[in-house]
Each structure stands twice: as C-alpha cells, then as structure tokens.
Write a protein that binds this ligand. Structure first.
Ligand code: CP3
Length: 308
C-alpha cells in the first residue's frame, strides 16, 4: 500500500536525501526502495515502489508532492480539451525507469518472492485528476474513465512484460460509491482492464478500502483475487467469494501499529484460522502500514504467517 515503505528507517533515510517524485522516476531508487521491506522481512511478495498517480503524471499532468499533504496535481482537468491535451501513454518513452526497475528486482528476488505491479482504478485515479466535483457525475467523468482504461491497459501490460507476476488494481476510493452505483462508475471500467489482461495469464487482484457493502460488485468485475479492507469481516468475504475468487487481507493496520508483538501474533493466528482451507488465501493487511508502526510488529505479523 502507499504508506508501506514509510515505517522503515531505511526508507526515511533515503527520503531525506531525495524528493518523492525523484524517487518515483529513478530506476536505482525504485529498485532499492522496493527491496527494502523484502530484505528486512523476507515477505513472499514484493510490490514495486511506484504510485497510482504516476500514470497521469507521465501523460502530462504536473504532479507535485506537498510534505504532509501527499501528492497533488498543479492544474486539474476542467474540460474535454484538458483531457484531450494529455499524451497517449507509451511505455518505452514514459516509464523506462519503472520497467527497468521491475527487471532488476525480479533478477534479484528470483523465485524466492513474487513480483507485483499495480495501477489505480480509473475511478480512483480520476478522483485525483478532475477539478470540479460536480463534473464527477457527468460526461467529463465518463470520458476521463474511458481514457484511463485505454491508458491503464498498456501501462499494466508493460509492467507484466518487465516481470510483474501479479497485478493489483487499487480502487481506494471505490468504497465511497453505493453498491448500486459501483458497477456504473468503477466496476465496469475495472472489468475492461481485467479482461484485457486475461491473455497474459497474470492474476489480477482488486483492492477496495471500505469494501464491505461492495463484495458482490467487486466479484462482478472479475478479478482473480479480491483484497478487502480491515473493516470487512473475512467470514462475510468468504461467503461471498467462495468458488469465485481468492481472497487477500485484511489485518487491521491500527492493531499492527499499537499492539505488542505477542498480541499481533495472536490476532494474526485468529485471522489465519478464519481463512484455514480457503483456496488461494493471501495473508495481508487491510490497508497500508501506518508510518509509526514499529518494525518488530511487522516482523511479528510476517513471521506468524510464514510459520503457520
Ligand atoms: O508502500 C509502497 O512503497 C508501495 C508502493 C505504493 C505507493 N503508493 C508509494 C507511496 C503504492 C501501492 C501506492 C498506491 C497509492 N498511491 C494509492 C492506493 C493505495 C492506498 O493506499 O489506498 C493511493 C490512493 C495513492 C496516492 C497517494 N500516494 C497518496 C494519497 C499519498 C499520500 C499518503 C499519505 O498518507 O500521506 C501518496 C504518497 C506515497 N505513495 C508514499 C509512498 C511510499 C509516501 C511518500 C512519503 O511521504 O515518503
């Protein structure tokens, strides 16, 4: 998740020397930051260090990083002309640092860990790109969503070609939609992306935070794995997904931050017990590691999962 790296002292040390945008666009820094959590915890998978806002950035939107506020675009999309002025994504020109980094990371981790590439869902990325929230229910929003499907497919295909062995689609703001709105504004666009990636054979994971009311809708988008937020009970998730998709999640990052390692080990055991026997279950958090989380706590989580 977006904050995962930030709890690591080795991430913060690098961040003290480099601007976030420089880190996102420099091959060696991407490789280093991606491998930091793996070196420390020996996780079973490595997610590449990047951001869901990189795609609109390379299409020509001016991304800034405000300390304490996170990433923001300098000028938002206000009309069709602004949208048309964005460049068509071309992997060789736009993300050589990312594809180069993926190749190097895979070379380093080999078969010891799986490599995950990612993108934001059209709905979630559009919610950062568009100016006037009122346009979000109209024509401009639809064209933006369609455009993002067109660009996200080759963006993910390039990551797959460079070595990504699974793809995660982050629909972090999908949870703001009501169940009956979800397919129209988010799910249908994700479905197009998932279908376009099918021939690659690479599994697709769909993550939504605040996903409890959207389990059926998530499954309808057709991902191989649904990744649920910590507010969504795994029992309910199992009932909804049985036979249709694998499940990822959903340890509470607040418990991970606040509890003692022994408590984390116990709570992790409980989560594993709930999912025992479920085909393709992937133990994970329900959202990103909070920046103040002690490394011993994360270690207790990973070790408990791996020893089970
Ligand atoms: O943790 C990792 O290094 C994995 C790579 C990753 C990042 N962003 C790096 C990052 C991933 C998978 C993301 C996805 C992302 N980015 C999402 C979807 C997942 C989620 O968390 O819901 C979203 C919504 C974004 C957009 C974004 N990027 C925001 C809103 C912020 C500010 C977050 C905050 O809480 O301050 C970021 C910044 C960001 N992206 C950081 C990292 C490591 C922190 C940068 C820093 O302060 O050094």
């Amino acid at each position: 998740m977006r904050q995962a790296g930030r709890h690591l002292p080795e991430y913060r040390a690098l961040r003290d020397q480099h601007d976030f945008l420089e880190m996102l666009t420099t091959e060696e820094l991407i490789v280093e930051v991606s491998l930091q959590p793996w070196r420390r915890y020996q996780t079973d998978a490595v997610i590449v260090f990047s951001d869901i806002l990189l795609l609109p950035k390379v299409m020509g939107m001016n991304l800034m990083f405000l300390e304490g506020q996170g990433p923001k675009f300098r000028k938002l999309i206000a009309n069709e002309e602004d949208l048309k002025a964005l460049k068509k994504f071309e992997a060789e020109r736009d993300i050589p640092f990312l594809t180069g980094a993926l190749k190097k990371i895979k070379k380093e981790i080999g078969d010891r860990a799986a490599l995950i590439g990612f993108a934001g869902s059209p709905w979630t990325v559009a919610s950062y790109m568009l100016k006037d929230p009122s346009t979000r229910s109209g024509y401009l929003l639809k064209s933006c969503l369609e455009r993002l499907v067109q660009e996200t497919v080759p963006y993910l295909q390039a990551q797959i070609e460079a070595g990504a062995e699974a793809i995660q689609i982050f629909d972090s703001w999908g949870g703001n939609l009501k169940a009956k709105e979800y397919a129209e504004w988010s799910g249908s666009y994700i479905k197009e992306i998932v279908q376009a990636l099918r021939p690659s054979g690479v599994p697709c994971i769909l993550y939504i935070k605040n996903s409890r009311h959207l389990l059926k809708e998530m499954l309808a988008a057709g991902p191989d794995v649904i990744s649920v937020g910590w507010e969504t009970p795994l029992e309910e998730t199992k009932k909804a997904a049985e036979g249709k998709a694998a499940i990822q999640g959903n340890f509470n990052p607040h418990i991970l931050m606040q509890s003692k390692p022994e408590t984390i080990a116990q709570e992790t055991q409980k989560m594993l017990e709930t999912m025992k026997g479920y085909p393709g279950y992937i133990a994970n958090l329900g959202h990103g590691v909070l920046p103040k989380t002690p490394v011993e706590n994360v270690k207790a989580f990973v070790d408990t999962v791996q020893q089970s």
